[in-house]
Write a protein that binds this ligand. Sequence first.
Ligand code: MLT
Length: 406
Amino acid sequence: MTPFAAVDLTVYPYDCDAFGHLNQAALLALLERARWDALARGPGMDLFDRNGVWPAVRKAVIEYKAAAFARDVLRVETTVAGRGTTSMTLRHAVRRVSDAAVIAEAEMVFVCIDRLGRATPLPEEIARFLGPRPAAGGSHRLVRVPAGDVELAVDVRGEGVPVLFVHGFPFDRTVWRHQLATLSRVQRIAFDLRGVGESGTPAAADGFALARYADDLVAVLDALGVRDAVVCGLSMGGYIAFELLRRHPERVKALILADTKAEADGREAKRGREELVGLAEREGPGAVAERLLARLLGPATRATQPEVTAQLREMALRWSVPALVGAQRAMGERPDSAATLRAVRVPTLVLVGSDDEIAPPAAARAMAQLVPGAQCHVVPACGHLAPLEQPLATSRLLADFLSALL
Ligand code: MLT
């Protein structure tokens, strides 16, 4: 039941009817299993019990959208759609992993009850686990956007000034989970890069050129009818934002550069990338994640936030091998972006983790100095993944910067 939990479950033959379709009541049971599974992986299955309360289902609204069959693996994504003093509303999206078909969507309202069956306020530990209260009325949709040779999976939440979130390597759009949940005064748009997560993988050899990544941003904005957006890039996402500035500067209303840097790779860095390419080809994304873990996360995060390490591994596993290889080569070939940044005339925020080894604070300060009027902030106790390692501090910086644009 973690906000944004994603749990994969296999449909068994006994879940199906005589025609082989997943039975409607069995699907409800799968949703239940996904919620318990999420608790088991997070705060423990006894979360409610140990707080002396129980979540009673008050209302279940379910839309069955497509048939599923025995042996299908279904991914159940759960988000907190609403939260009151004694109640919470969870939204489930159920997709088949093999073809991303949406099988069902459900909204469930739970009331927290005590042992006598009376509605009772959500205990502090449970409220904390559920995360910040989502904005009332904020919409949430998953859109598939054609972008040349692939389709991109795009998460669109809320209304207001559009902010396009671009993740880095080897992450996916969930790296922005806290910002997507909390920046309720703006429209949050986050997508999986080509070859990652729910987005398609291009077949062509040049499918991962930096220009293709940048044009994907334009495809997303066009599909949503957005003329220009605040572009927020994390690390490789920053390199893609620089390429967008070179190709389509008119689409950038403001810039947020997190844990990224302006300079191109030197010979040593390029050699490191070729090593990583070899590792990806031989052993796949899991090995890449293990190799990078210690450099990506700050020491404080590694010591105290095991769930961040777990999420990092999960995100890396959602990369296809061609995407790992293509992204490394695209980054290795990227040009120096100092001149690009000197030409920027839009509001710009630079932020960096205090212990970021890949794009260190000195590089961030140098980058901020290139952009007239740019702000620069160092996030304490944080490595290369500020949005995930220090979500509150990062979201607060973003909210302050964005409030000046509203
Ligand atoms: C990233 O986080 O996107 C990468 O670490 C950037 C890089 O390899 O230069």
